[in-house]
Structure formats: C-alpha cells, structure tokens
Write a protein that binds this ligand. Structure first.
Ligand code: CP
Length: 335
C-alpha cells in the first residue's frame, strides 16, 4: 500500500511497529538510535499520508503548552503538530497570564500538577536548567522538554536530525560543522543526537569559550570524531552541512520579560571568521547544507536565503512532522 492510501488505523499500526519512546522526553540521552529512526520513519509516513488519516492518529487527546520563555517556532510547531494528528491544544505562551507570576508565584510543581489534570501531555519551556526533569518527576502525564535554561532542547535536535536524514538519506558518514557554544541547549542536544551516528564533528566555539565537560565526555565515550576549528573557512571547506547559533546568544536563564536580557543584547557584529556568507557558500563549488534553528541573526548572510544550500525554512517544516511522529508515539500507542 502506498502512503497516500494509508488510513488512520494503518498509521496507528505503524506507530506500534518499532520501539516505544520514554514516557517523557527530557534529554537526548533518553533517546536511542532505533527510537530516532522509528521517529524518522513515522514522520515521513505522516507527511505523505492523507491529512484526514493523519488527523485520526490521536484524535481527542489534549496537549498543554507551558511556555515560561518566548518562542516563535517551538510552541507553534508543537501546536501545528498536535492539530495535524487530531489532538487539541491548551496552555499559555506568557506566564504573566498565570498565577506563576505575581502575587501567588505558584511553583512549577503546582502548575505542572494542576495542568496535568486537564491534559494528556505537557510541553514545557522554562528558563531554569533542570526544570523539565523536575516537571517530569512530579507530573502524572508525560512531559516534553521544549528548552530548559542551559540544559537541552531535545525535540529541536530530533527535528534537525530528521531534516539531515531526509536530505542526505543518512546521517552516518557525514561531516557536520557546528558554530557556537556546545553548552547552548539546542547545540548540546544536537551533538548528543549526532553522537548516536558515525559522524565527524567540526566545531567552532565562540572566542574564549570551550566545549563543556559533559559534552566532551559523552563524545569520548561514544567515540565520536571531533576537531576544533579556528574559523568558518575550515568548516565550509570540509563539511557536508553546517549549523550555527553564531557567537552571541540571549541569556537562556532570562525570564519572559527580562529587560536586562534585552538591554545586554550584543551590539558587536559577528566576526567575519564566524559568519556564513552567500559568496563563500557559492564559491565552494560543491553542495553543502546550511541549517539554522532560528532566530537568525547576523551570523548568516541573508543573501543565502533563496539559495538551495539554505535549509532553515525546510528544517522548521520538518520539525513539525517530527513532532507529529513524537506525539503519535507518545500518545497513540496502546499502553
Ligand atoms: N528553534 C527555536 O527553539 O526557536 P524558538 O525559540 O522561536 O522556539
């Protein structure tokens, strides 16, 4: 049967035809390679199945989004995914509208335990590192980490890996350039995910920063080949793909309306040997994929946007399908 003929029942059957995911997704350390590969298969199936079949996968289930930090992509990506697989969405995008802020300062644990009474799964973004683990510990329903301080952003990494797998047909054997600090949550999760495959990493850390010990230790344990680079030229010359968060970043501990965080915004332009320019990419004379999770700052030359090497918009689309698969696997399999 072709994907275009699949019914909701066929899709639910396919969900069961592979390894189960952990109850909650807090860290990429919770995810194995067979789990990831099953997510890729399901994402591809859901993308090609009729929309009406897709909408029957977890019909009637409810996801609550609890976003204590700003988001353009992640929250809407989860919401779009949940609607596509037939579920409902409740939640908050600004904690100032809840009792967590102001007079009561309701604890994370209480917000989690109350919200869980109204939903089947929680998606949490929070400024505090370790908050997703705290939530998963006390929640009666599964929790998905949508970014916790300087901790992790595992579903972003899963979506990025799906984009890479879809484009190259594999992850093994690729040389992956990474620009930015590996202690930033999306990079930490991505590197953890990449280390499940046979990749070579070319890393360009911001001036003055170095690879965090936990990441270095994991890469050693898993035997991942890593080379530290001195400039973007080294990466562009050798990588099959490059992903960047640049050199400067907002404070991941910042609360929703943290004016100090905005005031501290770097006014220094990204140094040239960290910037990816359209000219440098065009001059390579060979294919390279440029990924970016967004938001994009001056570390990418926007003349790159219309070029086939720019993958960031397609990457955001693939993240939705990967999250469809994730929600289906977390809520659509028989217990
Ligand atoms: N990719 C990502 O995490 O973007 P948002 O901060 O907009 O959710």
């Amino acid at each position: 049967m072709s994907e275009a003929q699949m019914t909701a029942g066929d899709l639910r059957g396919a969900l069961a035809d592979g390894p189960a995911l952990p109850r909650s997704i807090v860290s990429m350390l919770d995810v194995t390679r067979p789990m990831l590969e099953h997510c890729f298969r399901m994402a591809a199936l859901l993308e090609q199945a009729p929309r009406t079949s897709c909408a029957g996968v977890i019909a009637g289930r409810t996801m609550a989004v609890m976003f204590y930090q700003q988001s353009t992509r992640t929250r809407m990506s989860f919401e779009a995914a949940m609607l596509r697989v037939g579920g409902h969405v409740i939640g908050f995008a600004d904690p100032a509208t809840t009792r967590a802020v102001g007079f009561y300062e309701e604890t994370l644990e209480d917000v989690v335990r109350f919200t869980a009474q109204m939903s089947d799964l929680l998606v949490l973004r929070h400024p505090e590192t370790g908050s997703a683990a705290r939530a998963a510990q006390c929640s009666p329903v599964p929790v998905v980490n949508a970014g916790d301080g300087y901790g992790e952003h595992p579903t972003q990494a899963m979506g990025d890996l799906y984009r890479i797998h879809k484009h190259f047909g594999r992850v093994d054997g690729l040389t992956v350039g990474i620009v930015g600090h590996l202690g930033w949550r999306a990079h930490r999760s991505l590197v953890m995910g990449l280390s499940l495959f046979g990749v070579r990493l070319l890393v360009l850390e911001p001036p003055g920063s170095s690879m965090p010990d936990d990441v270095a230790q994991l890469l050693r344990q898993r035997g991942t080949a890593v080379e530290m680079c001195g400039g973007i030229g080294e990466i562009l010359a050798r990588a099959d793909l490059v992903t960047t968060l640049g050199v400067y970043h907002s404070n991941f501990h910042a609360d929703f309306d943290d004016k100090a965080n905005v005031a501290s915004k770097q006014s220094t332009p990204t140094p040239d040997n960290y910037r990816i320019t359209a000219q440098a990419v065009a001059q390579l004379g060979r294919p390279i994929a440029v990924l970016h999770i967004g938001p994009i700052a001056d570390h990418i030359d926007r003349a790159l946007d219309p070029m086939p090497q720019a993958h960031y918009f397609k990457q955001a689309r693939d993240c939705v399908w990967l999250r469809c698969a994730l929600l289906g696997l977390m809520l659509g399999r028989a217990p």
